[in-house]
Write a protein of this length. Structure first.
Length: 118
């Protein structure tokens, strides 16, 4: 392994990853892209940066292909917490950033039901 170990950082390069499904399906099948997931991703990325919680040792906002939870779309997941969210608008994304990514608490009202799949 190369590089210098920084005791302030965990074993992971990022403390949290937030993955936004941006998948577009053919034939007008249900998908997150139909719900303007790209705009939510862009908004989250700018909010995380504005909050100063982006980068190594902090949060990485990632695009994702299909997360196979299309019926609950649009969806995102926060790892390593393994917390799945459904969101509707920018205010939901703001709440996820403020409460979960900054505050470390789950936003209960936005949780995706565990039985929601494709």
């Amino acid at each position: 392994m190369s590089g210098t170990y920084n005791s302030r950082m965990t074993l992971s390069y990022y403390r949290r990853h937030i993955f936004f499904c941006l998948n577009q399906r053919a034939n007008n099948e249900a998908c997150c892209a139909q719900h303007d997931a790209q705009a939510a991703f862009d908004h989250c990325k700018s909010r995380v940066k504005a909050a100063g919680i982006n980068g190594p040792g902090a949060v990485r906002v990632n695009k994702s292909g299909c997360l196979d939870r299309c019926a609950g779309g649009p969806v995102l997941v926060v790892y390593p917490d393994a917390v799945w969210y459904h969101y509707v608008d920018a205010s939901d994304i703001d709440e996820i950033v403020d409460v979960h990514l900054v505050g470390g608490r789950v936003v209960e009202r936005l949780l995706l039901a565990p039985d929601i799949g494709h």
